[in-house]
Design a protein around this ligand. Structure first.
Ligand code: GDD
Ligand code: MG
Length: 355
């Protein structure tokens, strides 16, 4: 069995995090998200993986190489210009030998891929799409189907009051190789806006596979933060130790910990600091006396100086929060950014390093 994981998007909605780190490589509990996805594929017995990339591809290729460290065969196809979600598949057609999974590279889910494969075989259609029910379908692809699952309409990102259903495309497909014949070569093609609607209009059998699994698209800062909260709460099972986890958990003074937290390697935390709840420290972070970091994600080598306060924020690698500075809810601090001592960064700010 083969899988194509789409990892070529620019991750615009996650900027400035994605200015240096491509979206699939952003860490979830300190592990690049794509590594979690590849491990999940391996567990499901899928060992041949193709990665159509294009945006900051070296960050991906240098981390996974040929995939052998994960027990996988991983191959990359780099797009000079983005080919879209179907164009990217057409571009790797030579590697595809039979039915294959397609995964959007930014979806965290507990979906059982083997069960989905069984459902696909049972229906015998051209493709099976994992569907999930959401409150607001307007940010997703709406999928209408009959009681047997047969899909009659696919409407990408409808206006909220025009959405035909709250069942949406969850970004995992199982496709027969023939689907590739329906995709034109040599130009960008969207599977959501072009290929699926055309197949449906031509009467080709596509089926929805609706589950109530945990599911989230990590493509926006609030979703990325929220996903961590869900993992801490055990809503999304990632096998964490409750309360205090991470390789560096022994090295942080217990007086500083407000569970749940996840602590990376080599962190230096003052005993009068407060870490948590719902907080992740990447490797090599340092947090000074009296500083507070709550509901936040710090990537590797972040420094929070004495008396600073970070609330419900995301701080990318090597950034420095100066003494007494305040980072308000929803803010995203980019790689290497320096927040001067005493500065107040307002809610939902996006801060990029100045050269
Ligand atoms: N190789 C390649 N080339 N990959 C791409 C390209 C491209 O040109 N464009 C997007 N991708 C990848 C992204 O990296 C991501 O992993 C995936 O395709 C989906 O792109 P997003 O930009 O994240 O799309 P979305 O979240 O707005 O919508 C999609 O996902 C929803 C579920 O999360 C659609 O598939 C919706 O229908 C769906 O509901
Ligand atoms: Mg997305």
């Amino acid at each position: 069995m083969q899988a194509v994981v789409l990892v070529g998007g620019e991750g615009t909605r996650l900027r400035p995090l994605t200015l240096e780190t491509p979206k699939p490589m952003i860490p979830v509990m300190n592990m690049p998200f794509l590594e979690r996805t590849l491990r999940r594929l391996k567990e499901a017995g899928i060992e041949d993986v193709i990665l159509p990339a294009g945006y900051l591809p070296e960050a991906i290729t240098s981390h996974f190489g040929d995939g052998s460290s994960l027990g996988l065969r991983v191959r990359y196809v780099i797009e000079e210009t983005p080919l879209g979600t179907a164009g990217a598949l057409k571009n790797v057609a030579d590697f595809i030998t039979g039915p294959f999974f397609v995964l959007n590279g930014d979806v965290l889910t507990s979906l059982d891929l083997r069960a989905m494969l069984a459902a696909h075989r049972e229906k015998g259609g051209l493709g099976t799409l994992h569907l999930i029910r959401v409150d607001d379908p307007s940010a997703f692809g709406c999928v209408v189907h009959d009681p047997d699952g047969r899909i009659s309409a696919f409407v990408e990102k409808p206006e909220r009051d025009k959405a035909p259903t709250n069942e949406v495309n969850a970004g995992t497909y199982l496709l027969e190789r023939e689907v590739l014949d329906a995709i034109p070569a040599g130009r960008p093609v969207s599977i959501e806006r072009e290929t699926f609607p055309q197949l449906i209009a031509a009467g080709r059998p596509l089926y929805g596979y609706t589950t109530d699994d945990y599911w989230i698209d990590l493509g926006k800062p609030e979703a990325y933060l929220g996903a961590h909260r869900n993992v801490f709460d055990g809503v999304m099972p990632l096998g964490l130790t409750p309360d205090i986890d991470g390789p560096g958990r022994e090295s942080v003074p217990t007086t500083a910990i407000r569970p749940p937290v996840f602590i990376g390697n080599g962190c230096a935390v003052d005993s009068s600091a407060v870490i948590g709840p719902y907080t992740v420290l990447g490797d090599g972070c340092s947090v000074g006396a009296g500083a507070v970091v709550a509901d936040s994600l710090l990537w590797d080598r972040v420094t929070v100086d004495a008396g600073a306060r970070v609330d419900a924020a995301i701080v990318a690698s090597r950034a420095r929060i100066g003494a007494g500075a305040r980072i308000a809810h929803g803010s995203v601090i980019g790689h290497d950014a320096v927040i001067e001592p005493g500065t107040h960064v307002e809610e939902n700010a996006r801060i990029v390093a100045v050269d």
